[in-house]
Design a protein. Structure first.
Length: 370
C-alpha cells in the first residue's frame, strides 16, 4: 500500500513537519490543488483504512508524470466539485495533453499494457477473485522522481543547451527526461528478487491458485509452488543474497533480453516456447553468462529443491546422507567415550604434562604410557 501511492499519499508526514506549500513548480490548470494541496485532506474508508488525498506539489513537480495534467489520469473526474470515486486510474488511458513526439499521436502506455495483458500476470485494473492477486502496474511502479539524487540539473550542461535553445526550462525538462534513461534505471538484483518474492513466496496465495488451476484443468509450472524459496536455495540465490550483481536474478532468466524494458512486462510460463526458460530457449538463456553452456548444463535445476514431489532422487539422497552422517558421528563419539571409560578404568587419568595428556599413576607416579 505504501508503495502504491507514496507520492499522492504522504499527507501525514507533511502534517507532522508542518509543511506549507510553496509556489507551484508545475501548472495546475484544472485547479485540483485548490483542494488537494491541504495536508489534512483524507478520510477513513469503510474498511477502516486511512487514506490521504494530499498531493505534495513540490514533490509531484519533480516526478516523471509532472507534465501530465491530473485529469489525464484521473479521467473519471468530470466536474468540480467532483463526485465520490469508484474506479481508479488505469494505466492504458490516452493522454489528452501529451503527444508522443515520435508518432504525433496522443501518448499512452498501450504497448506496455498490451504486452502485460498477454503475460502470466495480465489482469484488469479492477480485478476479482484470483486475478486480484496478480500485480497491476502500480504494484511495481510508484511515480518515480527524476534523478532523485540531483537537486537541480547540472549548470554546466544547461548552460550549453541554452546557447542554442535559449530557454533554460526547455533544457532542464529534456535533460531530466533523457538523463534518467541514459543512466541505468534498472532495479538491483536484490530488489527484483524481493519484488517477485513478495508474491511468489506467499504459500497461501499460491495454494489458492494451484487449487483453482486444478479445478479449471489448467496447467501451472512444476516449480510454481516453490519458485522463490528454491531460488534462495540455488547458487544464484545465495550469490545474489550476499551482494553479487552478476548472478542470475528472476528477470535475467524469465525476461527476454531482446528488449528488457518491454519484456519484463510480458513474462510467459516455461511451457510457452517463446519463454526464455522454455526447453527450446534455455541453453541460449544460460549462455548469456555461462558462455560454454550446452544442453547438459542447461538441465541443471535453477529452482533446486529436496521436496519429495519435486526431486525424488535428491529427497532420498538427502535422507540417506543424514542417516549415514549421524550414524558415523554417533560411532565416533561412542568410540571415544568407550576408550575414555576403558582408560579411566585402568587408572589412566587426563592431565597436561610434558606435552602429553594421558598419564598412568604408577609407583614412581611418572610413568607415561608409551
Ligand atoms: C472543491 C475541492 C476539490 C477540488 C477542486 C478537487 N477535489 Fe478531489 N477531492 C475533494 C474531496 C473533498 C475529496 C474526498 C471525497 C471523499 O472522501 O469522498 C476528494 C477526493 C479525491 C480523490 C480520491 C477519491 C477516492 O475516493 O479515492 C481523487 C483521486 C481526487 N479527489 C482527484 C481530484 C482531481 C484529479 C481534481 C482536479 C480535476 C480534484 N480532485 C479536484 C475535493 C476536491
Ligand atoms: C500518471 C497518472 C497520474 C497523474 C498525472 C496524477 N495521478 Fe493521482 N493517482 C494516480 C494513481 C495510479 C493513483 C493510485 C490510486 C489508483 O490506482 O486509482 C493516484 C491516487 C491519487 C489520490 C488518492 C486516491 C486514493 O484513492 O487513494 C489523489 C487524491 C490523487 N491521486 C490526486 C491527484 C492530483 C490532484 C493530481 C494532479 C496534481 C494527480 N493525482 C495526478 C495516478 C495519477
Ligand atoms: C548547437 C546548438 C544546439 C545545442 C548546443 C543543443 N541543441 Fe537541441 N536542438 C538544436 C536544433 C537545431 C534542434 C532541432 C533540429 C534537429 O531536430 O536536429 C534541436 C532539437 C532538440 C530537441 C528535440 C525537440 C523536438 O521537439 O523535436 C531536444 C529535446 C533538444 N534539442 C534538447 C537539447 C538539450 C537537452 C541540449 C543540451 C544538453 C541541447 N538540445 C543542446 C540545437 C542545439
Ligand atoms: C511485476 C512488476 C511489474 C509490473 C506489474 C509492471 N512493471 Fe513496468 N517495469 C518493471 C520492471 C522490473 C521494469 C524495468 C525497470 C526497472 O527495473 O525498474 C519496468 C519498466 C517499465 C517502464 C520503463 C521505465 C523507464 O523509465 O525506462 C515503464 C514505462 C513501465 N514499466 C510501465 C508499466 C506499465 C504501464 C505497467 C502496467 C501495464 C507496468 N509497467 C507493470 C516491473 C513491472
Ligand atoms: C502481486 C503478486 C505477484 C508479483 C509481484 C509477481 N507475481 Fe508472478 N504470478 C502471480 C500470480 C497470482 C500468478 C498467476 C498464477 C495463475 O495463473 O493462477 C503468477 C504467475 C507467474 C508465472 C507463471 C506461472 C505458471 O506456471 O503459469 C511466472 C513465471 C511468474 N509469475 C513469474 C514472476 C516473476 C519473475 C516476478 C517478478 C518480476 C513475478 N512473477 C511477480 C503473482 C505475482
Ligand atoms: C537461472 C535461471 C532462473 C532464475 C534465476 C529464476 N528462474 Fe524461475 N524458472 C527457471 C526455469 C528454467 C523454470 C522451469 C523449471 C521447470 O519446470 O523445470 C522456472 C520456473 C519458474 C516458475 C514456475 C512457472 C513456470 O513458468 O514453469 C516460477 C513461478 C518462477 N520460475 C519464478 C521465478 C522467480 C520468482 C525467480 C526469482 C526469485 C526465478 N524464477 C528465478 C529459470 C530461472
Ligand atoms: C545473468 C547471468 C547468469 C545467467 C543468465 C545464468 N547464470 Fe548461472 N551463474 C551466474 C554466475 C555469476 C554464477 C557464479 C559462478 C561462476 O562465476 O561461474 C553462476 C553459477 C551457476 C551455477 C553454479 C556452478 C557453476 O557452474 O559455477 C550453476 C549450476 C548455474 N549457474 C546454472 C545456470 C543455469 C542452468 C542457467 C540457465 C537456466 C544459468 N545458470 C543462467 C550467472 C548466470
Amino acid at each position: 500500500m505504501e508503495m502504491l501511492i507514496r507520492w499522492c499519499v504522504a499527507g501525514i508526514l507533511s502534517l507532522l513537519l508542518g509543511y506549507a506549500a510553496p509556489a507551484l513548480a508545475f501548472e495546475d490548470d484544472e485547479a485540483c490543488l485548490m483542494c488537494h494541496k491541504y495536508p489534512k485532506m483524507g478520510r477513513i474508508t469503510e474498511e477502516g483504512q486511512q487514506k490521504s488525498y494530499y498531493v505534495m506539489p513540490h514533490v509531484f513537480s519533480k516526478t516523471v508524470h509532472r507534465n501530465v495534467p491530473c485529469r489525464d489520469c484521473h479521467g473519471y473526474i468530470k466536474e468540480l466539485p467532483h463526485k465520490p470515486v469508484t474506479e481508479g486510474v488505469t494505466c492504458d488511458t490516452e493522454c489528452h495533453s501529451i503527444q508522443n513526439p515520435s508518432t504525433g499521436k496522443p501518448f499512452s502506455h498501450k504497448p506496455i499494457y498490451d504486452a502485460f495483458k498477454k503475460s502470466v500476470h495480465g489482469r484488469e485494473k479492477i480485478a476479482e477473485g484470483n486475478d486480484a492477486d496478480k500485480p497491476y502496474c502500480v504494484n511495481c511502479h510508484t511515480n518515480p522522481l527524476y534523478n532523485a539524487k540531483e537537486e537541480k540539473p547540472p549548470k554546466h550542461i544547461v548552460d550549453r543547451c541554452v546557447v542554442c535553445h535559449e530557454d533554460a526550462k526547455f533544457a532542464e525538462k529534456w535533460y531530466n527526461h533523457t538523463s534518467r534513461r541514459i543512466r541505468e534505471v534498472k532495479r538491483s538484483p536484490q530488489e527484483i528478487v524481493e519484488m517477485c518474492s513478495s508474491c511468489h513466496a506467499d504459500k497461501e496465495m499460491l495454494g489458492r491458485h494451484q487449487a483453482a488451476a486444478k479445478e479449471e484443468g489448467r496447467e501451472l509450472g512444476r516449480k510454481f509452488m516453490i519458485a522463490a524459496e528454491s531460488y534462495n536455495e540455488s547458487f544464484h540465490g545465495k550469490l545474489s543474497k550476499y551482494g553479487s550483481d552478476n548472478a542470475a536474478n528472476c528477470l535475467d532468466c524469465h525476461a527476454n533480453t531482446v528488449n528488457y524494458y518491454l519484456s519484463v512486462h510480458e513474462l510467459l510460463p516455461s511451457r510457452d516456447p517463446r519463454s526464455p526458460v522454455s526447453a527450446e530457449n534455455r541453453v541460449q538463456t544460460c549462455k548469456q553468462c555461462h558462455v560454454r553452456a550446452d544442453e547438459n548444463y542447461a538441465k541443471l535445476d535453477p529452482h533446486p529443491s529436496s521436496k519429495k514431489e519435486d526431486n525424488v532422487f535428491k529427497y532420498y539422497a538427502e535422507i540417506t546422507y543424514t542417516v549415514v552422517g549421524n550414524v558415523v558421528l554417533a560411532m565416533l563419539v561412542g568410540l571415544a567415550a568407550f576408550e575414555t571409560w576403558g582408560r579411566l578404568r585402568d587408572g589412566v587419568s587426563w592431565r597436561f604434562r610434558d606435552g602429553s595428556s594421558w598419564w598412568r599413576r604408577t609407583r614412581r607416579d611418572s610413568n607415561r604410557i608409551p
